[in-house]
Design a protein around this ligand. Structure first.
Ligand SMILES: Cc1cc2nc3c(=O)[nH]c(=O)nc-3n(C[C@H](O)[C@H](O)[C@H](O)COP(=O)(O)O)c2cc1C
Length: 184
């Protein structure tokens, strides 16, 4: 029951990472092992077909793919940048999506349970980015869970005491991803 948590924000005080960690803790309480990937620490070059042809996946992308393959489920948190995913997250997904051994595109995402989440200081809760991430993961053949969160007003929601409603949501998200990793 290993869950891999990836945040699409590299910002030190990222709200999405804070929310991701709350859900990761809830998943641990539900019995899962959760490891977090730091996309800043494992900076992956921009996708380049010539680079791929010359040397295959860059070492950082290969490392990420191995981490994903060693997991039973993924927890993905994305900020919303202009209604969509940040380039750093899309780039990582693009590299990992490359076909393995002549297989179908989708790479390591195919068949893997994925819980998607987004948080934003604005009123949308990053719903646009969440919808794009959902579409992207489905296209790559991932088993995207229906349980998810799009959290508006995240500064108020996370700075200070968490509301009872948010605590309950976080618990449900943690149980959902832990359960999905168990059944994978
Ligand atoms: C380039 C850029 C575009 C953004 N576009 C949106 C947007 O479309 N919708 C939104 O709600 N917030 C938008 N924001 C604000 C982010 O939601 C906000 O910076 C948030 O805190 C980023 O997530 P993080 O705290 O996890 O780093 C944007 C921020 C940046 C830097």
């Amino acid at each position: 029951m290993r869950v891999l948590a990836i945040c699409g924000s590299t910002r030190t005080n990222s709200y999405n990472r804070r929310l991701l960690r709350l859900v990761a803790d809830a998943a641990r309480s539900a019995g899962a092992t959760v490891d977090e990937v730091d996309l800043r620490a494992h900076a992956i070059p921009f996708y380049d077909g010539d680079l791929e042809e010359a040397t295959g996946l860059p070492v950082e992308a290969r490392w990420l793919r191995e981490q994903i393959e060693a997991s039973d489920a993924l927890l993905l948190a994305t900020p919303e940048y202009n209604g969509s995913l940040p380039a750093v997250l899309k780039n990582a997904i693009d590299w990992v999506s490359r076909p393995i051994g002549g297989g179908r595109p989708g790479g390591s995402f195919r068949g893997r349970p994925v819980l998607v989440m987004s948080a934003s200081p604005g009123a949308s809760g990053g719903a646009g980015a969440l919808a794009h991430l959902d579409t992207l993961m489905r296209r790559l053949g991932a088993n995207v869970l229906e349980t998810r969160i799009s959290l508006p007003g995240v500064a108020d929601a996370l700075d200070g005491e968490l509301s009872a409603e948010l605590k309950a949501q976080v618990g449900a998200l943690g149980r959902a991803v832990a359960g999905a990793s168990q059944n994978a």
